[in-house]
Ligand binder design. Structure first.
Ligand code: UD1
Length: 371
């Protein structure tokens, strides 16, 4: 019996896990020797950051919930390792599959490897070159330990090869995040959106912009956050700006007293479940974000994306897609927006193998190569 254990911890993990669960269920039909389990570390725990995503994406109830919660990086990572070790000892999986670059990814990769369990990293090889990003540290460590490196774009292959990883451990499979996007887009067309989004779309007619913001470097300091919000207020003079606010950002807007004034055309919304957010951004004229995944999703649908960062670990979205790095200050964001207003925006193409079948490839690769 081959036992595969999936790990998810934070919001951006859930859309990467959903297609893997589907692929495992599909391929289980072909083989009685395949068993899988799902562990939720509980890094994200609010209903709107976690349960809403499980429901929307049809992810089954996890077999184990570790209830880790928030804390400093060391606290969160350490608590996850202690709790996850117990599950690994109980279940003894053949491989632990971690996705993305959050603290849960790092913690579970280290724990499994030290128990001599094979580790597979989905979304391996991405590098921003910015060691002040906690995610960069998580990516480097998870990749260094992984036996299977499932890569989404060609930069990943080059980075891993430069770091001395053997070709045989690197598998270019495409992008599980895009598996979810295509799958849910089709569902959205069938079932339609919610009254809340219909009401928002009535009130804020096209063209509109959609924003997400949560990187500590953008939202934890008053000066940075206030400059970005000022840019959003200015863009709001041309078109409505719809902004579902991450809990980290919400706390900082409140702490610094930066709520946009009543007349501003910037709508601060609660964090939205996957399908409601998709129903908004898929028709946006422009997306502004500091997220990793949204850079890829906008490229897959050909929507102009301004990434409010100095660097990206996803260079294919710039080279081939619709993404632009616009910096993090009022001046740099408005300079890019000035170009956009003149009608200068990128036309992109969809990167190789971002075709909705990455998770099937991953499960097949594991089945074909695990001893
Ligand atoms: C984490 C990931 C980041 C990812 C982001 C997506 C790391 C290092 N960071 O950042 O890579 O892009 O998730 O959301 O793993 N909070 C709540 N409710 C929740 C979760 C968090 O209120 O359900 C609040 C807590 O005050 C917490 C803060 O948000 O301290 C930050 O949460 P945390 O998981 O530490 O990091 P994120 O900023 O969400």
């Amino acid at each position: 019996m081959m036992k595969i254990m999936l790990v998810a911890g934070a919001r951006p993990n859930f859309m990467k896990i959903a297609p893997l669960v589907r692929a495992l269920e599909n391929q289980q039909g072909e083989s009685e020797d395949l068993a899988w389990s799902l562990v939720h570390t509980g890094q994200h725990y609010d209903t709107e950051m976690s349960k809403a995503f499980f429901d929307d994406l049809g992810i089954p109830e996890p077999h184990y919930h570790l209830g880790i919660g928030s804390g400093s990086h060391a606290e969160q990572t350490a608590r996850t390792m202690v709790a996850f070790e117990k599950i690994c000892l109980l279940e003894r999986p053949d491989v632990v599959v971690v996705v993305g670059d959050v603290n849960s990814t790092l913690a579970c990769a280290i724990t499994a490897k030290k128990l001599l369990i094979k580790v597979a990293h989905v979304e391996a090889g991405l590098r921003s070159g910015d060691m002040t990003m906690p995610e960069e540290i998580n990516r480097i460590v998870a990749d260094a330990l992984s036996d299977y490196l499932f890569v989404t774009e060609s930069s990943g292959i080059h980075n891993l090869s430069r770091e001395g990883r053997s070709d045989s451990s690197v598998h270019y499979v495409g992008n599980v995040m895009i598996d979810t996007l295509f799958f849910q887009l089709e569902r959205l067309e069938k079932i339609g959106t919610t009254p809340r989004v219909r009401e928002l779309r009535e009130r804020y007619r096209s063209p509109y912009a959609v924003v997400t913001l949560h990187r500590p470097s953008n939202v934890d300091e008053r000066a940075s956050l206030s400059g970005i919000l000022k840019a959003l207020i200015d863009i709001g003079r041309d078109m409505p700006v719809l902004f579902p606010v991450h809990p980290r950002t919400r706390k900082n807007i409140d702490r610094f007293g930066l709520e946009p004034p009543a007349g501003a055309n910037v709508a601060l919304l609660p964090p939205l479940p996957y399908m409601e957010f998709l129903a908004l951004w898929k028709d946006a004229a422009l997306v502004l974000t500091d997220s990793g995944g949204i850079q890829e999703e906008t490229t897959a649908l050909g929507i102009p994306c301004f990434t409010i960062r100095e660097n990206t670990e996803r260079p294919v979205t710039i080279a081939e897609g619709t993404n632009s790095l616009v910096g993090t200050t009022f001046g740099t964001i408005m300079a890019a927006y000035g170009q956009f207003k003149k009608g200068i925006s990128k036309r992109g193409s969809v990167p190789f193998l971002w075709d909705g079948k990455a998770a099937e490839r991953i499960v097949s690769d594991l089945r074909n190569t695990l001893p």
